[in-house]
Design a protein around this ligand. Structure first.
Ligand SMILES: O=C(O)CCC(=O)C(=O)O
Ligand SMILES: [Fe+2]
Length: 316
Protein backbone atom coordinates (compact mmCIF):
# COMPACT_ATOMS: atom_id res chain seq x y z
CA UNK A 1 0.00 0.00 0.00
CA UNK A 2 1.09 3.56 -0.61
CA UNK A 3 1.08 6.44 1.79
CA UNK A 4 0.22 9.64 -0.02
CA UNK A 5 0.90 13.03 1.54
CA UNK A 6 -0.40 16.18 -0.01
CA UNK A 7 1.54 19.22 1.06
CA UNK A 8 0.78 22.86 0.49
CA UNK A 9 3.02 25.90 0.87
CA UNK A 10 2.58 27.60 4.24
CA UNK A 11 0.76 30.54 2.60
CA UNK A 12 -2.01 28.31 1.23
CA UNK A 13 -4.20 27.34 4.13
CA UNK A 14 -5.78 23.90 3.74
CA UNK A 15 -9.20 25.18 4.66
CA UNK A 16 -9.08 27.41 1.59
CA UNK A 17 -8.69 24.48 -0.70
CA UNK A 18 -11.34 23.09 -3.04
CA UNK A 19 -11.48 19.72 -4.83
CA UNK A 20 -8.38 18.08 -6.13
CA UNK A 21 -8.93 17.26 -9.78
CA UNK A 22 -7.25 15.12 -12.36
CA UNK A 23 -3.76 16.55 -12.14
CA UNK A 24 -2.93 17.02 -8.48
CA UNK A 25 -4.23 20.53 -8.70
CA UNK A 26 -6.08 22.23 -5.91
CA UNK A 27 -8.02 25.41 -6.09
CA UNK A 28 -6.83 27.69 -3.33
CA UNK A 29 -7.90 31.07 -2.11
CA UNK A 30 -5.08 33.57 -2.02
CA UNK A 31 -5.77 37.20 -1.22
CA UNK A 32 -9.49 36.73 -1.97
CA UNK A 33 -8.93 35.26 -5.43
CA UNK A 34 -9.32 31.65 -6.40
CA UNK A 35 -6.41 30.23 -8.27
CA UNK A 36 -5.28 26.77 -9.31
CA UNK A 37 -2.17 25.45 -7.65
CA UNK A 38 0.01 22.40 -8.19
CA UNK A 39 0.30 20.25 -5.08
CA UNK A 40 3.44 18.43 -4.09
CA UNK A 41 2.76 14.75 -3.69
CA UNK A 42 5.33 12.67 -1.77
CA UNK A 43 4.72 8.98 -2.17
CA UNK A 44 6.39 6.42 0.04
CA UNK A 45 5.80 2.74 0.70
CA UNK A 46 4.84 2.32 4.36
CA UNK A 47 2.16 -0.31 4.49
CA UNK A 48 -0.63 2.08 5.54
CA UNK A 49 -2.84 4.22 3.41
CA UNK A 50 -3.34 7.66 4.84
CA UNK A 51 -4.75 10.92 3.59
CA UNK A 52 -3.74 13.74 5.89
CA UNK A 53 -5.36 17.03 6.67
CA UNK A 54 -5.49 18.70 3.30
CA UNK A 55 -7.25 15.96 1.44
CA UNK A 56 -9.81 15.45 4.25
CA UNK A 57 -10.57 19.16 4.16
CA UNK A 58 -10.81 19.02 0.41
CA UNK A 59 -13.29 16.15 0.61
CA UNK A 60 -15.35 18.07 3.18
CA UNK A 61 -15.64 21.01 0.84
CA UNK A 62 -16.57 19.07 -2.27
CA UNK A 63 -20.18 20.18 -2.11
CA UNK A 64 -19.39 23.88 -1.96
CA UNK A 65 -19.12 26.01 -5.10
CA UNK A 66 -15.53 25.87 -6.19
CA UNK A 67 -15.29 29.22 -7.88
CA UNK A 68 -15.02 32.69 -6.51
CA UNK A 69 -16.72 34.52 -9.39
CA UNK A 70 -14.61 36.98 -11.30
CA UNK A 71 -16.67 39.89 -12.59
CA UNK A 72 -15.45 41.49 -15.84
CA UNK A 73 -17.79 44.44 -15.34
CA UNK A 74 -18.11 44.95 -11.58
CA UNK A 75 -20.12 48.16 -11.83
CA UNK A 76 -22.55 47.06 -14.51
CA UNK A 77 -26.20 46.64 -13.53
CA UNK A 78 -27.69 44.06 -15.86
CA UNK A 79 -31.29 45.24 -15.52
CA UNK A 80 -30.78 48.96 -16.06
CA UNK A 81 -29.49 48.75 -19.62
CA UNK A 82 -31.37 47.98 -22.83
CA UNK A 83 -29.81 44.89 -24.40
CA UNK A 84 -28.10 45.06 -27.74
CA UNK A 85 -28.26 41.67 -29.37
CA UNK A 86 -25.65 40.05 -31.51
CA UNK A 87 -28.15 37.88 -33.39
CA UNK A 88 -30.11 40.95 -34.47
CA UNK A 89 -26.95 42.59 -35.82
CA UNK A 90 -26.04 39.44 -37.64
CA UNK A 91 -29.41 38.67 -39.14
CA UNK A 92 -29.03 41.76 -41.29
CA UNK A 93 -25.81 40.42 -42.68
CA UNK A 94 -25.45 37.91 -45.47
CA UNK A 95 -22.94 35.09 -45.08
CA UNK A 96 -19.45 36.33 -45.83
CA UNK A 97 -20.34 39.98 -45.39
CA UNK A 98 -18.11 41.84 -42.94
CA UNK A 99 -19.66 43.18 -39.78
CA UNK A 100 -18.62 46.79 -40.26
CA UNK A 101 -18.40 48.93 -43.36
CA UNK A 102 -15.01 50.17 -42.24
CA UNK A 103 -13.45 46.73 -41.83
CA UNK A 104 -10.29 46.31 -43.88
CA UNK A 105 -8.45 43.11 -44.70
CA UNK A 106 -4.67 43.09 -44.15
CA UNK A 107 -2.52 40.16 -45.24
CA UNK A 108 0.38 40.02 -42.79
CA UNK A 109 1.90 36.74 -43.96
CA UNK A 110 0.74 33.81 -46.06
CA UNK A 111 -2.48 32.67 -44.34
CA UNK A 112 -2.21 35.30 -41.64
CA UNK A 113 -4.98 37.85 -42.03
CA UNK A 114 -6.01 40.82 -39.89
CA UNK A 115 -9.57 42.10 -40.22
CA UNK A 116 -9.38 45.61 -38.77
CA UNK A 117 -12.43 46.83 -36.89
CA UNK A 118 -14.48 43.80 -37.91
CA UNK A 119 -16.72 43.45 -34.87
CA UNK A 120 -19.41 46.11 -34.55
CA UNK A 121 -19.65 48.11 -31.31
CA UNK A 122 -23.03 46.55 -30.46
CA UNK A 123 -21.60 43.07 -30.96
CA UNK A 124 -18.53 43.88 -28.85
CA UNK A 125 -20.72 45.10 -26.01
CA UNK A 126 -22.88 41.99 -26.22
CA UNK A 127 -19.84 39.73 -26.30
CA UNK A 128 -18.48 41.38 -23.16
CA UNK A 129 -21.86 41.03 -21.47
CA UNK A 130 -22.03 37.33 -22.30
CA UNK A 131 -18.40 36.71 -21.31
CA UNK A 132 -19.14 38.42 -18.03
CA UNK A 133 -22.13 36.16 -17.36
CA UNK A 134 -20.33 32.97 -18.36
CA UNK A 135 -17.18 34.05 -16.54
CA UNK A 136 -18.97 34.37 -13.20
CA UNK A 137 -20.55 30.92 -13.39
CA UNK A 138 -19.28 27.34 -13.14
CA UNK A 139 -16.38 26.73 -15.51
CA UNK A 140 -15.84 30.50 -15.58
CA UNK A 141 -12.72 32.64 -15.28
CA UNK A 142 -9.80 31.42 -13.19
CA UNK A 143 -6.07 32.01 -12.91
CA UNK A 144 -4.31 29.09 -14.62
CA UNK A 145 -1.00 27.58 -13.52
CA UNK A 146 1.54 25.92 -15.74
CA UNK A 147 3.30 22.59 -15.18
CA UNK A 148 6.27 24.27 -13.48
CA UNK A 149 3.92 25.95 -10.99
CA UNK A 150 4.24 29.38 -12.61
CA UNK A 151 1.04 31.32 -13.16
CA UNK A 152 -0.20 32.52 -16.51
CA UNK A 153 -0.59 36.28 -16.26
CA UNK A 154 -4.24 36.37 -17.21
CA UNK A 155 -7.72 35.19 -16.34
CA UNK A 156 -8.93 32.36 -18.52
CA UNK A 157 -12.17 30.58 -19.34
CA UNK A 158 -12.62 27.77 -21.87
CA UNK A 159 -15.89 27.34 -23.74
CA UNK A 160 -16.87 24.19 -25.64
CA UNK A 161 -13.94 22.16 -24.36
CA UNK A 162 -11.78 22.99 -21.38
CA UNK A 163 -8.10 23.54 -22.03
CA UNK A 164 -5.77 22.13 -19.40
CA UNK A 165 -2.56 24.20 -19.40
CA UNK A 166 -0.69 21.57 -17.37
CA UNK A 167 -1.57 18.48 -19.40
CA UNK A 168 -1.69 20.51 -22.63
CA UNK A 169 -4.91 18.83 -23.62
CA UNK A 170 -8.63 19.46 -23.90
CA UNK A 171 -11.39 17.80 -21.88
CA UNK A 172 -15.09 18.32 -21.15
CA UNK A 173 -14.47 19.74 -17.67
CA UNK A 174 -12.16 22.07 -15.77
CA UNK A 175 -8.99 20.24 -14.82
CA UNK A 176 -9.29 21.10 -11.12
CA UNK A 177 -12.95 21.23 -10.12
CA UNK A 178 -14.71 19.16 -12.79
CA UNK A 179 -17.00 22.06 -13.78
CA UNK A 180 -18.37 21.51 -17.28
CA UNK A 181 -16.96 23.85 -19.93
CA UNK A 182 -19.80 26.26 -20.80
CA UNK A 183 -21.24 26.00 -24.33
CA UNK A 184 -19.96 28.47 -26.91
CA UNK A 185 -22.82 30.91 -27.57
CA UNK A 186 -24.12 30.60 -31.14
CA UNK A 187 -23.78 34.36 -31.53
CA UNK A 188 -20.02 34.10 -30.86
CA UNK A 189 -19.66 31.30 -33.40
CA UNK A 190 -21.56 33.31 -35.97
CA UNK A 191 -19.13 36.21 -35.71
CA UNK A 192 -16.10 33.92 -35.93
CA UNK A 193 -17.54 32.08 -38.92
CA UNK A 194 -18.44 35.30 -40.72
CA UNK A 195 -14.82 36.42 -40.29
CA UNK A 196 -13.69 32.99 -41.47
CA UNK A 197 -15.59 33.29 -44.71
CA UNK A 198 -14.55 36.93 -45.23
CA UNK A 199 -10.93 35.79 -45.25
CA UNK A 200 -11.68 33.36 -48.03
CA UNK A 201 -8.28 31.68 -48.23
CA UNK A 202 -9.10 29.50 -45.23
CA UNK A 203 -11.26 26.41 -44.99
CA UNK A 204 -14.42 27.11 -43.02
CA UNK A 205 -14.24 25.78 -39.46
CA UNK A 206 -16.97 24.79 -37.07
CA UNK A 207 -15.42 26.02 -33.81
CA UNK A 208 -15.82 23.64 -30.88
CA UNK A 209 -13.36 25.48 -28.62
CA UNK A 210 -13.27 29.12 -27.60
CA UNK A 211 -10.64 30.21 -25.11
CA UNK A 212 -11.41 33.55 -23.51
CA UNK A 213 -8.54 35.45 -21.89
CA UNK A 214 -8.79 38.63 -19.89
CA UNK A 215 -5.59 40.66 -19.33
CA UNK A 216 -5.19 43.62 -17.01
CA UNK A 217 -2.91 46.41 -18.25
CA UNK A 218 0.12 44.87 -16.55
CA UNK A 219 -0.43 41.34 -17.80
CA UNK A 220 1.04 39.62 -20.83
CA UNK A 221 1.45 36.26 -22.52
CA UNK A 222 4.82 34.90 -23.64
CA UNK A 223 5.51 33.70 -27.17
CA UNK A 224 4.07 30.23 -27.69
CA UNK A 225 2.51 28.00 -30.34
CA UNK A 226 -1.04 26.68 -30.14
CA UNK A 227 -0.71 23.00 -30.93
CA UNK A 228 -2.96 21.15 -28.52
CA UNK A 229 -5.71 20.71 -31.08
CA UNK A 230 -6.05 17.39 -32.95
CA UNK A 231 -3.35 16.26 -35.33
CA UNK A 232 -5.84 16.35 -38.17
CA UNK A 233 -6.83 19.95 -37.39
CA UNK A 234 -3.18 21.03 -37.26
CA UNK A 235 -2.16 19.06 -40.34
CA UNK A 236 -4.96 20.62 -42.33
CA UNK A 237 -3.88 24.04 -41.04
CA UNK A 238 -7.42 24.80 -39.89
CA UNK A 239 -7.37 28.42 -38.77
CA UNK A 240 -7.77 29.83 -35.33
CA UNK A 241 -9.73 33.02 -35.18
CA UNK A 242 -8.85 35.58 -32.55
CA UNK A 243 -11.09 38.48 -31.50
CA UNK A 244 -9.80 41.41 -29.44
CA UNK A 245 -12.03 43.61 -27.29
CA UNK A 246 -11.03 46.42 -24.94
CA UNK A 247 -7.64 48.07 -24.62
CA UNK A 248 -5.26 47.93 -27.58
CA UNK A 249 -2.58 45.30 -27.28
CA UNK A 250 0.90 45.01 -28.67
CA UNK A 251 0.84 41.54 -30.23
CA UNK A 252 4.02 39.68 -31.19
CA UNK A 253 4.49 36.96 -33.77
CA UNK A 254 7.43 35.19 -35.34
CA UNK A 255 9.12 31.94 -36.31
CA UNK A 256 10.77 31.39 -32.93
CA UNK A 257 10.20 32.08 -29.25
CA UNK A 258 12.68 34.98 -29.42
CA UNK A 259 10.76 38.17 -28.73
CA UNK A 260 13.54 40.36 -30.10
CA UNK A 261 13.04 38.81 -33.53
CA UNK A 262 9.27 38.95 -33.41
CA UNK A 263 7.10 41.33 -35.43
CA UNK A 264 4.89 43.70 -33.41
CA UNK A 265 1.41 44.78 -34.38
CA UNK A 266 -1.38 46.55 -32.56
CA UNK A 267 -4.64 44.71 -32.06
CA UNK A 268 -7.48 47.11 -31.30
CA UNK A 269 -10.97 46.56 -30.01
CA UNK A 270 -13.01 44.83 -32.72
CA UNK A 271 -10.02 43.47 -34.67
CA UNK A 272 -9.98 39.84 -35.77
CA UNK A 273 -6.74 38.01 -36.48
CA UNK A 274 -6.77 34.68 -38.32
CA UNK A 275 -3.88 32.24 -38.43
CA UNK A 276 -4.13 29.13 -40.57
CA UNK A 277 -2.25 27.06 -43.13
CA UNK A 278 1.49 27.65 -42.94
CA UNK A 279 0.96 30.35 -40.29
CA UNK A 280 -1.08 28.13 -37.97
CA UNK A 281 1.92 27.24 -35.79
CA UNK A 282 3.52 30.67 -35.65
CA UNK A 283 4.83 31.73 -32.27
CA UNK A 284 2.71 34.53 -30.89
CA UNK A 285 2.12 36.40 -27.65
CA UNK A 286 0.97 39.56 -25.96
CA UNK A 287 3.68 41.96 -24.80
CA UNK A 288 1.72 44.99 -23.64
CA UNK A 289 -1.91 45.93 -23.04
CA UNK A 290 -2.01 49.70 -23.46
CA UNK A 291 -3.72 51.66 -20.71
CA UNK A 292 -6.81 53.71 -21.54
CA UNK A 293 -7.00 52.77 -25.20
CA UNK A 294 -10.36 50.98 -25.27
CA UNK A 295 -13.21 52.82 -27.03
CA UNK A 296 -15.02 55.03 -24.52
CA UNK A 297 -18.43 53.53 -25.42
CA UNK A 298 -17.25 50.15 -24.21
CA UNK A 299 -16.69 51.49 -20.71
CA UNK A 300 -19.80 53.65 -20.82
CA UNK A 301 -22.13 50.92 -22.03
CA UNK A 302 -20.91 47.88 -20.14
CA UNK A 303 -18.46 49.19 -17.52
CA UNK A 304 -15.73 46.76 -18.56
CA UNK A 305 -12.67 46.67 -16.32
CA UNK A 306 -9.55 48.30 -17.76
CA UNK A 307 -7.67 45.74 -19.84
CA UNK A 308 -8.38 43.46 -22.77
CA UNK A 309 -10.43 40.41 -23.64
CA UNK A 310 -9.32 37.98 -26.29
CA UNK A 311 -11.39 35.11 -27.66
CA UNK A 312 -9.76 32.44 -29.82
CA UNK A 313 -11.98 30.04 -31.74
CA UNK A 314 -10.56 26.71 -32.79
CA UNK A 315 -11.77 23.41 -34.18
CA UNK A 316 -10.38 20.47 -32.27
O1 LIG B 1 -4.51 37.35 -26.41
C1 LIG B 1 -4.13 37.06 -27.53
O2 LIG B 1 -4.19 37.84 -28.48
C2 LIG B 1 -3.52 35.71 -27.78
C3 LIG B 1 -4.10 34.61 -26.97
C4 LIG B 1 -3.46 33.31 -27.26
O3 LIG B 1 -2.46 33.25 -27.90
C5 LIG B 1 -4.05 32.08 -26.76
O4 LIG B 1 -5.07 32.10 -26.04
O5 LIG B 1 -3.51 31.02 -27.09
FE1 LIG C 1 -2.03 31.26 -28.51
Amino acid sequence: MWMVWWTLPESHKPNNCSPIGRHNIARVLIRDQWTSESLTCDVSSTGARSYPLVERKVAAEMSQPSTQPFDLCPNYQESTKAKTTIPRDHKKRKAGESSTKAASVQHLRPRMVLLKGFVKPGDQIEMVRMCRQLGKGPGGFYRPSLKNGAKLNLWMMSLGKSWDPIAHSYGPTHPFDEAQAPTIPDAFKMIAQTANSTASEYPQINPDICIVNYYTNSEKLGLHQDKDESESSLTKGLPFISISIGDTTEFLFGNTRDKDQATKINLESGDILILGGESRLLFHGVSHVKTNTAPSWLKEEIGIRPGRINLTFRQY
